[in-house]
Design a protein around this ligand. Structure first.
Ligand SMILES: [Zn+2]
Length: 260
């Protein structure tokens, strides 16, 4: 049976002398793995369309085993992501995270939408570090973690000072601070930003200019949730950390500090 799906390539690896096995996040059927025969040859018409980050329409022949990619057509070339090392680093992190937490076998329209919006935002040169943060917060529910961020996780209050509590799974108001000795105090701006990362769609955010320190602070919270509550640690995160150490990322123009 021939199927036509819109998808984004999460991963592409060699198989044999000339083939590739390609993992595609599709809009219609969720994550699928397909064989692309001959795609390793540069002259193959499947060579370009099977590269990581490609967004296209894929025609797949499905049988009893792994499907076979018959043809594909670009919807977006993702040239900036392919050529800018910082954009590549964060986009790699995003596709790896998607691949880790989304299972094959069922449509996942929300995850597809987050992925598509995130990669296109990076392609349009939005701050890739902020976009990766969006994805981190938005995909948390796929790991079974649903932090309480609209009210105090203990008493339900919506007013007061707030802090983040890993133990309580979300925000705690000042009346409940005593419940957790390890709370992380939040300024009103940090409080609002985390809520926004978690609940506002990426395409409604506009260009965000966040201070490096603000991003690092919010990143620290979400990374701790991933590492300690889901056990997920990604290879591409180490690559980003390496880039940061070699200060390549500080050349990123988005580090101009304008707002908190
Ligand atoms: Zn409370």
């Amino acid at each position: 049976m021939l199927n036509k799906w819109e998808g984004i390539v999460l991963k592409s690896r060699s198989y044999g002398e000339s083939n590739k096995i390609v993992t595609i996040m599709t809009r219609e059927v969720g994550k699928v793995t397909v064989m692309a025969r001959g795609a390793k040859k540069p002259t193959s018409r499947l060579a370009g369309i099977t590269q990581t980050f490609m967004h296209g329409v894929y025609v797949v022949q499905r049988g009893s085993g792994m499907g076979t990619l018959q043809q594909g057509e670009h919807l977006a070339s993702m040239r900036h992501i392919q050529t800018d090392i910082v954009a590549t680093a964060y986009a790699s992190y995003i596709v790896e995270l998607l691949d880790r937490i989304v299972e094959e076998g069922s449509p996942e329209p929300f995850a597809f939408e987050v992925l598509q919006q995130a990669l296109h935002a990076i392609e349009e040169e939005y701050d890739p570090e902020a976009i990766a943060l969006f994805v981190d917060w938005k995909l948390l529910p796929y790991t079974g973690v649903q932090p309480m961020l609209h009210a105090c996780a203990s008493c339900g209050a919506i007013e007061g000072e707030f802090a983040f509590s890993f133990a309580q799974g979300g925000y705690l108001c000042h009346r409940c601070f005593h419940l957790d000795p390890y709370i992380i105090r939040l300024t009103p701006t940090q409080l609002k930003l985390i809520r926004m990362f978690y609940s506002v769609p990426i395409d409604q955010i506009g260009k965000l200019d966040l201070k490096k320190g603000t991003k690092q602070f919010i990143k620290k919270i979400v990374s701790t949730i991933y590492e300690e509550q889901t056990g997920i640690r990604l290879k591409s995160r180490s690559f980003i950390e390496q880039l940061e150490r070699t200060s390549l990322l500080s050349r990123n123009k988005h580090n101009e500090e304008t707002t908190e």
